[in-house]
Write a protein that binds this ligand. Structure first.
Ligand code: MUC
Ligand code: MG
Length: 397
């Protein structure tokens, strides 16, 4: 049988974009008013092209990588390692990237994403067909309330529900004292009065004792999912918080679960009920599937997480999430709605409170070169973004 000739990667380019958010987005560690995704474009020998994206939050505030480090890793190490290679041998591309560069998962994910998009487009297929086939055509879509102001958050939630867009809300807490945060969440929960599901994301701000002290109070006001209450490294505290959680509460690992090895450690230690899956932190779409497989085998649920990507990275995430079996706890691919502008012709549809999987070739979204030019950091002459620490900038419990 004649084998299909390899389609090779001819050229890779990467750039940082700077796109404002529609309002400041507040985390336990500071606020952002701008996102700086790195967009990778990859050209194949048959003329097909593909795009990938990796977004961090507040430079290297969320974890070690920043837009600048991603750009450097892609240009100096990853692009040279995969140029000339068969674009559709995704595992071989990952091996080559691993051989020249330790870690740097976000950077690798952007290159792998572009290769998958290009390989799918050169075959005229949606990416999910190269990733195992889709099990979901849509996923319930959460929105994050993170303006820092209870009244504004309430109004935002009401607007989202009235528009049929979201009825799952994640509240970002951890920047204030735990007592103030619980008061803030309680005000919103009372206002919503059981019409929406509530998650809180503490982004590592608490220690184990603080988490065990306050989670039951948040459960009493109606919060059901607790994301990354303790530091990334503190698997033992995460285990204890999970073991002590009231039965109505689920504890979700985010920053702690990056590699498949992290996933295995957490599973062995019974350290969380749910994993937040994110393509960037796992190092690509294939490794997202590897982490999801460990979750499923260990009876751990999954949640479709975001790093606040544009419609490009969000669509790529939607394609891999659509292929995953196991118990899912919705997704939060709302980055395109939080950004004041986008880089694609037609964003993914949101209908009946759910994100609809785009079915065209590749990731099913068309990147507009003119938008890449418009937001390109070198054209705009912008500097790296720092997270806004506000006054004080430290947390007290
Ligand atoms: C995170 O830590 O989950 C996801 C949604 C959001 O508002 O922030 C991100 C990062
Ligand atoms: Mg999180």
């Amino acid at each position: 049988m004649a084998s299909t000739p390899a389609v090779r990667i001819e050229r890779i380019e990467a750039r940082i974009l700077d796109i404002p958010t529609i309002r400041p987005h507040k985390f336990s560690f500071g606020a952002i008013s701008r996102q700086s995704p790195v967009v990778v474009q990859l050209w194949l020998s048959d003329g097909a092209t593909g795009f990938g994206e990796a977004a961090t939050i507040g430079g290297p505030s969320w974890n070690e990588e920043s837009p600048e480090s991603i750009l450097h890793a892609v240009r100096s190490y990853l692009a040279p390692a995969v140029t000339g290679q068969d674009a559709a041998r995704f595992e071989a591309l990952l091996q080559r990237m691993d051989a020249v560069c330790k870690g740097n998962a976000f950077a690798k994910s952007a290159v792998e994403m572009a290769a998958i998009d290009a390989a799918a487009r050169s075959r005229g297929l949606p990416a999910w067909q190269l990733l195992g086939g889709k099990l979901h055509a849509s996923l319930p879509l959460a929105w994050t309330l993170a303006s820092g102001d209870s009244t504004r958050d309430m109004e935002e939630a009401e607007r989202m529900m009235a528009a049929g867009r979201h009825r799952i809300f994640k509240l970002k807490i951890g920047a204030r004292s735990a007592a103030d945060d619980v008061a803030h969440v309680s005000r919103i929960a009372r206002g919503l009065d059981g019409r929406a599901s509530l998650t809180v994301d503490i982004n590592e701000a608490w220690d184990g004792n603080t988490a065990r002290r306050w989670i039951p109070e948040l459960v009493d006001v109606g919060v059901t999912l607790f994301e990354q209450p303790v530091a990334k490294w503190n698997v033992e505290a995460l285990h204890q918080v999970t073991a002590a959680a009231p039965h109505r509460a689920l504890v979700m690992a985010d920053e702690t679960v990056c590699t498949p090895q992290d996933a295995l450690l957490l599973a062995r230690r019974n350290a969380s009920h749910v994993f937040s899956l994110k393509v960037a932190k796992h190092g690509g779409l294939l490794r997202t599937r590897a982490v999801a497989a460990i979750a499923q085998a260990a009876d751990i649920g999954w949640y479709g997480g975001t790093m606040l990507e544009t419609s490009l990275g969000s669509a790529a995430s939607a394609h891999v999430f659509a292929t995953l079996d196991g118990t899912h706890h919705n997704c939060e691919l709302f980055g395109p709605q939080l950004l004041a502008d986008d880089i694609v012709a037609e964003p993914m549809a949101v209908r009946d409170f759910a994100l609809q999987l785009p079915d065209g070739p590749g990731f099913g979204v068309e990147v507009l070169p003119e938008r890449l030019e418009r937001f390109d950091r070198t054209r705009a002459g912008l500097q790296p973004v720092h997270v806004d620490l506000g006054r004080g900038g430290t947390t007290t419990h």
